[in-house]
Design a binder for this molecule. Structure first.
Ligand SMILES: C[S@@+](CC[C@H](N)C(=O)[O-])C[C@H]1O[C@@H](n2cnc3c(N)ncnc32)[C@H](O)[C@@H]1O
Length: 322
């Protein structure tokens, strides 16, 4: 079995889903299957994994996995470590972002403590390879002042915080949902009792309109994961359409250079799934204004084909990276 995943308990038959990440729930159902073990060890071609998932669809749905999320599972990378290594070989990262020493052990330790200790309220749609990536990016960039826009239960922050804390930095988490904020505070204070973390229960636009960066510092690490319902009155802000407004609000408060990590940058898909294709079409539409602004302000912005899609961008800079 893949050593990165051993702390995830397997399900008894007919057991209902646990509160946790979606990945944990899928793994609990399929993790004991030899095909799945080969896939998570990086030994099974993606198309065989996709065929296997189709065969297992009814079993997953019966175990409480939403049908649409079976299609997301087709995008799992198999070996998380191979995925991270390949990401850092991208030409955009060359001479800018290098995998930090000891990243495997450090990521493994975070994954283990989150699996064992993190309190979710339902399901969290952030995947192991996405956690590994945000931690290593924060570490590689030596992020010291981070802002999480749409911080939800704080799970992204929980992955990045050990890197930020190691650099002597601080983080601000912003979400207008009070229940999410309460849970984020509880989780983060339990996991990182000595870290400097502010949880602000408001919209990102409101917070940033009143943010004094002379006093509190500019942000060198921005994470976007806010979204609004598909029936939100302002059509332009629905779903991930909100990203344009958030980027516009944070730009006056970021350092030069500054790194941005976004969730749900799902503009390409290689699984052949119809469900994923319609997701891609929706994302391309919702994200168009955001991507135009990114094109003007960022030196690069690259889509990473993680399970839910991530975007990593470097704000235009003139000097050297830290
Ligand atoms: C549902 S989460 C994203 C899901 C995430 N990928 C996960 O782990 O499942 C999106 C969050 O954006 C928040 N949000 C909505 N509008 C916002 C705004 N204007 N500023 C900051 N956060 C916002 C919501 O309250 C919600 O907690």
């Amino acid at each position: 079995m893949n050593s990165q995943l051993y702390t995830i308990p397997l399900a008894e038959s007919n057991e209902q889903p646990i509160s946790g990440t979606l990945f944990e729930n899928v793994y609990r159902v399929l993790g004991q299957e030899p095909v799945a073990q080969r896939f998570f060890d990086g030994q099974l071609p993606q198309h065989e994994w996709i065929d296997f998932l189709e065969q297992q669809r009814a079993r997953l749905v019966n175990a409480g996995i939403p049908a649409g999320d079976v299609d997301f599972a087709k995008r799992y990378p198999g070996s998380v470590e191979a995925f991270v290594q390949q990401t850092y070989q991208r030409p955009e990262f060359e001479n800018l972002l290098a995998l930090p020493e000891n990243w495997q052990t450090e990521c493994y330790d975070i994954a283990k403590s989150l699996t064992e200790m993190y309190e979710h309220q339902g399901t969290t749609y952030i995947y192991p390879e996405e956690g590994y990536l945000i931690y290593t990016l924060a570490k590689a960039f030596q992020a010291k002042r981070a802002i999480f826009l749409g911080s939800y239960y704080g799970y992204w922050a929980a992955w990045a915080m050990p890197a930020i804390e190691a650099a002597g930095g601080s983080a601000v988490l912003i979400d207008p949902d009070p229940q999410c904020c309460e849970l984020a505070e509880r989780n983060l204070s339990r996991l990182y009792p000595d870290a400097t973390i502010e949880v602000a229960c408001t919209t990102a636009q409101e917070y940033l309109a009143n943010y004094d960066h002379e006093k509190n510092g500019k942000f060198d690490f921005t994470v976007l994961d806010a979204e609004l319902p598909n029936d939100y009155p302002d059509e332009a802000l629905r779903g991930k359409g909100l990203y344009f407004a958030l980027l516009d609000a944070v730009l006056p408060h970021i350092t030069d250079p500054s790194l941005m990590v976004c969730h749900n940058i799902l503009l390409n898909d290689e699984t052949g799934s119809n469900a994923m294709q319609s997701m891609v079409a929706q994302n391309q539409k919702e994200l168009t204004p955001f991507l135009k602004l990114v094109g003007e302000k960022y030196q690069f912005f690259t889509e990473i084909l993680s399970t839910e899609g991530m975007g990593v961008g470097l704000h235009k800079h003139t000097g050297k990276l830290p």
